[in-house]
Write a protein of this length. Structure first.
Length: 85
């Protein structure tokens, strides 16, 4: 495969890549409330940048929530087993 928007020969080949920030700004320009945030060095939304990306999303959609979000959880936890058939 290969060509525009594809990663030929790599895992996930054939999956459309998200546009670069400049392209994304142009593409989302018709949506006045859309905001494109750049993260220096990021190549994909959640590869290596999960925490700052989630902080930015939370700061936008829930401005009363303190960010950065906690990085550890010391509260209760459950374990569930799921069988996928």
């Amino acid at each position: 495969m290969g060509g525009h928007g594809q990663a030929g020969g790599l895992p996930g080949a054939g999956v459309r890549r998200l546009p670069r920030p400049a392209q994304a700004r142009e593409r989302f320009a018709p949506i006045p409330q859309a905001r494109v945030e750049e993260f220096a060095g990021a190549k994909h939304l959640f590869v290596g940048y999960t925490e700052p990306v989630l902080d930015a999303i939370v700061a936008t959609v829930a401005p009363d929530v303190e960010v950065p979000l906690p990085r550890v959880w010391d509260g209760p936890a459950e374990e569930r087993r799921v069988t996928i058939v």
